[in-house]
Write a protein that binds this ligand. Sequence first.
Ligand code: ADP
Ligand code: ZN
Length: 756
Amino acid sequence: MRMYASVIVDIAHSNIDKAFSYEVPEDMNVVGGHRVLVPFGAGNRQTEGFVVSVSDKPPQDGTRLKSIIRTLEPYPVLLEDQIKLAKWIHKSYHCLFVDALRLMIPAQLRGGRVHEKTVRTVEINKAMTPDEIRAMLLTKSGKVRSRLQSEVIELLMRVGSEMSTADIQGFVPGSAGAIKSLIDKGILTEHGRVVFRSPFRYEAKTEDTPTLTSAQQHALDTICGGIEQGGGVFLLHGVTGSGKTEVYMSAISRAIEDGGSAIVLVPEISLTPQTVNRFRSRFGDNVAVLHSRLSSGERYDEWRRIRLGYVKVVVGARSALFAPTENLRAVIIDEEHEPSYQSEITPRYNSVEAAVKRCALTGATLVLGSATPSLFDYYRAKRGRFTLIEMPERISNIPMPRVEIADMRAEFMNGNTSIFSNALYDSLNKCLKNGEQAILFVNRRGYSTFVSCRGCGYVFSCGECDVSMTYHKSENLLKCHYCGRSEPLGDVCPQCGKPYIKYFGIGTQQVEEQFAKYFPGYKSLRMDMDTTSVKNAHENILGAFERHEADVLIGTQMVAKGLDIPNVTLVGVIAADAMLHIPDFRSCERTFQLVTQVAGRAGRKEKQGTVIVQTYSPGHPAIQFASEHDYKGFYEYEIAQRRAALFPPYSIFIRALFCSSDEQSLEMISQRYEEGVREVIEEVLRTHGGDVRELLLALASPAPVKKRQGLFRYQVLIKTVRTKNTSAVINAVYDYTDAHRCAELAALEVNPTDMF
Ligand code: ADP
Ligand code: ZN
């Protein structure tokens, strides 16, 4: 029977982002999900494409169809639910269908930039008997002709299977020539074997499964109810150290026993060997990992191990959600509140929302876990959209760490101008004297957050971006954290010429320097983006800290997640205010989450932990509630604020961002967009029986960071009350934007994670 395929060609352009029909040649096996090579366009250029469906009915428009040239892989690379998920992402996040499809495969697959790795193997010729072989290796008088050749044969006889030539040379050094002679004589036969490049450099230890506590058992039973009954979304709210990871692992075991597979998402920065090893020690070779630090060969091979069904558990960062797992039964999102689950590049999907969708498509159960759930997800759980599970206590009654707030205003008034409050200084002293370890958290890398002249007020800022530059003392450079540009810092102010240059704000390098000054003889390690840019740097720094090769770990957000080191009894938050005053309606929520998470790193085993939070706003509710480990109190406070100010979840933001080197044209474009989009939204509200006052804001203005990498940035910010009309409003904005598409449009986002 003649078959016809709908193909999305692998070219990202809005004009051709639709399915094209092709004829499937008689002898070719093509199903939905195959990647194929097709002739495309007037010149019939050979182009890669995704088959999204196959049918025996020709398209009705009567055009003559071209034929598929060949399939690119012997198996379909996309599963049916992945194609549906891509379609949903395409519709929900206003991106090209082909961009959504590309999310589902390793990038290097496209254009054939990565290949399977084969190794040369040899085995003993099966047509020969051992006696025949021995005879050939001995002289008439019974002497060994070649010691190396005999050793190779003995090795292969002992092993009893094929071996790679590299392995043989490991056992019998210098045997390359001997192997060649044996092949020439016909004693060995030669093959190639496909191998998987592994990202794991050593075997994981196996560990016994602990007996679950009753809180864990209750959580597990609730989640397994979902796994058995075909789905559901569970929000597991458990304090740091309450044993959430054990619950995840037991739920995954259940999914596997049922013949299913599971995906675990963790924030990229907590994809440390510590986390991955916990899963490997439970599930062994049944685990694949996917994250950005894999080489392209490793990534491709891990993806193939998943696609070909060799592994049942995938652990990875955000994009692992799109792994080709058949029979998906459980998806876990750990630290579900993390902003990194929001994609910042096209397609700008949100992993939690996309996971809800994938689970709905496959009947898998979704578990969102966190000690500090995002306000929105907790809100949805409270309203019955998700099932809420609480684990309010740490394992084996280990107390929550004691949190002390250090008022830096009072410290300053009392003459302490160092970056350490008296409380932090004393606690560090005691901790170090006891041979225990500490973590110091600062939310900025570099030395100081900005540099300015006390004579004239000049602030050193990036010429290409509208932001102040950060001082990096070790290199004596000013660096822009937006575009990476750097320049040397002179001794005098470029504006007034006076030598009054002063550093403001504290970065990791400054803490490192001050620690060395106040605590001579103790060792510190620094972990931030500057010290972890090389491969395995994370691993090495954490490993050294775990082996107690340093007393203090100084770092950014990277130290806030997932670390479980028993000897850490003290955590210091150097400047908790840094995030509080960011102009974003979520700054309060972020501060609460970060302080709570960092605090959770202290005293995780028998030893009581202490946390010192230094701040200029000791009375701020985000800091107060965090110091009392009171998530619910914080939630009630913050949700009331959001309701009063009509901020999300009671409203939504949509932002259209325009960029160009021509500021005047940007002003005009954004003005026109504002007027047009306002008209469209009001029209939708009227026709849907809504009230035009649901549109709270539609405003064109320069973006908070007005210039970035030499380009000006203008935005139109839209805010509407969340009602039954909301999705109609979003669709209308998408349609309006499509109809008035311009080259300056850089992004269109609903509830953007960052609004700079
Ligand atoms: P969370 O993910 O909530 O921070 P973890 O799962 O990491 O918590 O558990 C905290 C610590 O308690 C870990 O060291 C873990 O091995 C241990 N643990 C978890 N569950 C149990 C249990 N049922 N019995 C004994 N120890 C446990
Ligand atoms: Zn810059």
